[in-house]
Design a protein around this ligand. Structure first.
Ligand code: SF4
Length: 326
């Protein structure tokens, strides 16, 4: 007995348990984490270090964006194309399996845990569309599924794999205690695509500027976001760090026009594409409305790219409420 497995490792509890259960069943396991602007590898790195296993990091951004644009099996509760995302990750892990000589790919999926993406039918769809038939091991629910090739070949001890199903986390908590796993993010945490607010921003970007500019996609992680009446998008910094990021994006990376107050403290705005003069004027008013200009006598002066302009009062945040995406 003995074989090598490549296990999808998000850093969540189930993905860590999958590694430990496989090790107990006789496998030598390494981890793989698929990284996108929506899903950082921090938790996976921490988990791999705690488990003492090697972690492969794979940039998954282009795949994920293509799936968000066109998810063959649709979205979950927000803009998360989980079934196709999972199948694509497993297919990519299968490519690594072939290339690096592993015997199987594994995941921490639990049958029935998530109504849409982890019911029996979805697990079957994922296996089929991943192209890994017989080489995809779900150690936490393995005894409820057909034996895989490593099990039938006797490389993995099926008796030591588990039969967890359903939404209760009781068995997982017991196993965590048994294996001494104490650090893990919440089951739903980690992927921005599952968050409603983030989904609104992403959909707005997709419909207006598109998702092909990776930096604009990365900038979804910062700033308030508005869509003005003629279609101009405005990213409005919420603090000093975000203001610096937006300034850099506009002035150094050429991602759009920067608008910022000159004679009082306030937010920096980035306009990736100005659709009309009216929108540009609205954007200057928006910047003024979020500035700390109450002690300023007279009007706020703003910088629009390299040009300066005075913006007449009054400035009213409420006027922009209907244009705020997030
Ligand atoms: S939660 Fe995010 S990373 Fe995970 S399968 Fe769904 S879309 Fe992909």
């Amino acid at each position: 007995m003995g074989c090598r497995g490549l296990s999808l490792l998000s850093g969540g509890l189930d993905s860590q348990l999958a590694v430990r259960v496989l090790q107990r069943a006789g496998a030598d396991v390494e981890g793989v984490c698929f990284v996108t602007p929506f899903f950082a590898a921090d938790a996976a790195k921490k988990a791999a270090a705690a488990l003492g296993i090697k972690l492969h990091l794979v940039d998954f951004t282009d795949d994920e964006i293509s799936l968000v644009e066109n998810p063959p099996h649709g979205f979950g509760g927000a803009m998360n194309p989980c079934i196709d995302c999972h199948a694509t990750m497993i297919r990519r892990a299968g490519g690594l399996m072939e290339k690096l000589g592993y015997d199987f790919v594994s995941t921490g999926e639990v049958m029935g845990q998530r109504p849409m993406s982890q019911n029996r039918q979805s697990l079957g769809v994922v296996e089929k569309s991943s192209g890994l038939k017989g080489r995809l091991v779900r150690p936490l629910s393995a005894k409820l599924l057909e034996p895989t090739i490593p099990e039938t070949q006797g490389l993995l001890d099926r008796e030591k794999l588990l039969d967890i199903s359903g939404r209760s986390r009781a068995r997982q908590m017991e196993l965590a205690a048994e294996f001494g796993i104490t650090e893990y993010p919440s089951p739903a945490g980690g992927c921005k695509l599952t968050e409603d607010g983030f989904g609104r921003k992403l959909r707005d970007l997709m419909e207006h500027e598109g998702l092909r500019n990776r930096r604009l996609v990365e900038l979804l992680l910062v700033a308030r976001r508005f869509r003005l009446p003629d279609g101009t998008g405005v990213l409005l910094g919420r603090d000093r760090n975000e203001n610096a990021v937006l300034k850099e994006a506009g002035e150094t990376e050429g991602l759009g026009t920067v608008v910022a107050p000159v004679n009082c403290p306030g937010p920096t705005a980035l306009l990736p594409a100005v659709r009309s003069d009216d929108d540009l004027h609205r954007a200057t008013e928006l910047v003024c409305a979020y500035s700390r200009c109450d002690r300023l006598e007279g009007d706020v002066m703003v910088r629009i790219g390299s040009v300066r302009a005075s913006v007449p009062r009054p400035y009213d945040r409420a006027k922009f409420k209907d244009f705020q995406i997030c």
